[in-house]
Design a protein around this ligand. Structure first.
Ligand SMILES: Nc1ncnc2c1ncn2[C@@H]1O[C@H](COP(=O)(O)OP(=O)(O)OP(=O)(O)O)[C@@H](O)[C@H]1O
Ligand SMILES: [Mg+2]
Length: 235
């Protein structure tokens, strides 16, 4: 499903070069739930932008669903982002004065899917991200942090993406709410979604079945999470 071969990313700002990734290789199979953990500045978001086809590596190859992403045209790239990838970011990026349902339908705006079907899909996605139906007509500024994050997850699900990428989805949440959101991700995993989740918190990483540790732009460890058990954490 995902294959990275020797990814290198060098940022250039004037005379200053920063090598954010120094040769990163791994594979992720369909249906896996992987967390990528590492300290601030280790290259996590850089990697995520490459995985999400938002940026290209300086060298190395990245295959998503059999396509080498750096060989795609701009049109093919945006098509790929629209149809194959669901993003959940730390900053929620919801429209504050639109209802929950409208926010979730947003990615379908420029499609020819009929309104009725858009709404049906949004309801389904919200159900799958465990948001209570009583909140569907709230504006997003009338929700708690955890509820907002579940709306963001639903929005990422609306295209039924092959892969869900989440960059610090619990970064702005208190501990209890973080765990609730992580349980929503575990639910999605159980339904067969492929999930790659970035965090710098070991406790959050433990929700995944596999943990890749990044440090200074290289993979330090890539291990099966022996503590993984669906629904093991309920605090
Ligand atoms: N656009 C950019 N231009 C120059 N340097 C950058 C750019 N983006 C990131 N970097 C540098 O690349 C390195 C990796 O950054 P990255 O954002 O991938 O880290 P991260 O692991 O996501 O950190 P955090 O946990 O703080 O979000 C850092 O040294 C950062 O300063
Ligand atoms: Mg980051």
């Amino acid at each position: 499903m995902i294959e990275c071969k020797n990814l290198v990313k060098v940022y250039k700002n004037g005379d200053v070069e920063t090598t954010a990734l120094k040769g990163v290789s791994f594979k992720i199979e369909k249906g896996e739930f992987v967390s990528i953990i590492g300290p601030s500045g280790s290259g996590k978001s850089t990697l995520m932008h490459i995985l999400g086809a938002l940026d290209t590596p300086t060298s190395g190859e990245y295959f998503l669903d059999g396509h080498e992403v750096s060989k795609l045209s701009d049109d093919e790239l945006s098509e790929m982002r629209r149809n194959k990838i669901g993003f959940v970011f730390q900053a929620f990026n919801l429209l504050p004065r639109a209802t929950v349902l409208r926010n979730v339908m947003l990615p379908l705006l420029f499609t020819d899917i009929p309104m009725k079907e858009r709404e049906a899909r949004a309801r389904e996605a919200l159900k799958n991200s465990s948001l209570d139906e009583s909140k569907f007509y709230n504006h997003s500024n009338q929700l708690s942090g955890g509820q907002i994050q579940r709306v963001a997850i639903a929005r990422a699900l609306i295209n039924d993406p092959a892969i869900i990428l989440a960059d610090e989805p619990t970064g702005n949440l208190d501990t209890k709410t973080s765990h609730i959101v992580m349980e929503a991700f575990q639910e999605l995993h159980k339904r067969g979604h492929t999930i790659v989740l970035i965090t710098h918190e070991p406790e959050i990483a433990e929700y995944a079945e596999r943990i890749i540790s990044v440090r200074d732009g290289v993979i330090e460890k890539d291990v099966k999470n022996n503590n993984y058990k669906y629904g093991a954490r309920s605090n």
